[in-house]
Write a protein that binds this ligand. Structure first.
Ligand code: C2E
Ligand code: MG
Ligand code: MG
Ligand code: MG
Length: 278
């Protein structure tokens, strides 16, 4: 019986699997030329202080638009990480981030922080520090305004290699945050071991706050811990007034979410910034 069932499932799911495989193949091939074809761009999502309404920073998010259609990062980033395309794509993002910060500092845009996601593979790139040093020479920006968002997977690599690399980034003056804190499988010891500046409360938690008391407790505990450890906090995916009020009540004032603004291209971001600071 079990054998029959297994065979049936194989028959049922085979076409779906094949479609999935073909889609992956198409994405992989597309990634080979996405950069040179100019299909990759950088969007900015503001982060705001909910009590003062001031812009406290922005997160740079990668966008891939192919034949007029946006392919979601959740689809192509994992593939790019697997294939190694993330090295070139990630470098492109870092370069854009420097260029942007430099332009902002030259202009009258006083953006306190610009965050960019750094995948573990990029963190382990032998030439990362050399690359960043070159960029600081070309674009002499204030290093403390640059923030790299790492995921908890870095903590899974409890190696001296990670610690060394993190200390090298800190030596350059760059700030570090842990993205989607509490959604990975990691020990908390790394928070003590690594000099982390900021924790980001994941959207997965924020979206449960209204319905789920357990998520309220977990989120409040993260906030309390971060504050005690002297770390900054940003809550992600804030969409409702309830969520904002709850987060403020437990001590988190920094918000990122559709309630304030969606990720947007540079020209829109500049207009948004001007409006907020007028
Ligand atoms: P993330 O770093 O946690 O980024 C936050 C994601 O939440 C973004 O999705 C953002 O658009 C979305 N978001 C923010 N506020 C709200 C909200 O109120 N409601 C909803 N529904 N969504 C909200 P996005 O841009 O699709 O990126 C997804 C993930 O892809 C990112 O999650 C990050 O892990 C990865 N990613 C994006 N850009 C890059 C990049 O340049 N490099 C690397 N390595 N990963 C990237
Ligand atoms: Mg992020
Ligand atoms: Mg996140
Ligand atoms: Mg996420």
């Amino acid at each position: 019986k079990a054998k029959d069932k297994g065979r049936n499932e194989t028959v049922l799911f085979a076409p779906e699997l094949r479609a999935h495989k073909e889609e992956r193949k198409l994405l992989m091939e597309g990634l080979d030329t996405a950069l040179e074809k100019g299909e990759i761009s950088l969007y900015l999502q503001p982060q705001v202080d909910a009590s003062t309404k001031a812009i406290i920073g922005a997160e740079a998010l990668m966008r891939w638009q192919r034949d007029g259609v946006f392919i979601p990062p959740s689809q192509f980033i994992p593939i790019a990480e697997e294939t190694g395309h993330i090295h070139d794509l990630g470098r492109w993002m870092i370069h854009e981030t420097f260029q942007l910060m430099y332009a902002f500092e030259q202009g009258d845009i006083d953006l306190p922080k610009l965050s960019v996601n750094l995948s573990v593979r990029q963190l382990f790139d032998e030439h990362l520090i050399e690359y960043l040093t070159t960029l600081f020479e070309r674009f002499p920006i204030e290093p403390g305004r640059l923030n790299f968002e790492l995921t908890e997977t870095v903590a899974a690599h409890q190696s001296d290699r990670v610690l060394t690399r993190i200390l090298e980034l800190k030596a350059l003056g760059i700030k570090l945050s842990i993205d989607d804190f509490g959604t990975g499988y990691s020990s908390l010891a790394y928070l003590v071991r690594y000099p982390i500046d900021e924790l980001k409360i994941p959207r997965e938690f924020t979206m449960q706050l209204e319905e789920n008391r357990e998520y309220q407790t977990v989120t409040a505990t993260i906030v309390a811990m971060a504050r005690q450890l002297g770390m900054a906090l940003v809550a992600e995916g804030v969409e409702t007034e309830y969520q904002e009020n709850f987060l403020r009540k437990i001590g988190c004032d920094s918000m990122q979410g559709y309630r304030y603004a969606k990720p947007m291209p540079l020209d829109e971001f500049v207009i948004y910034y001007m409006k907020q600071t007028m």
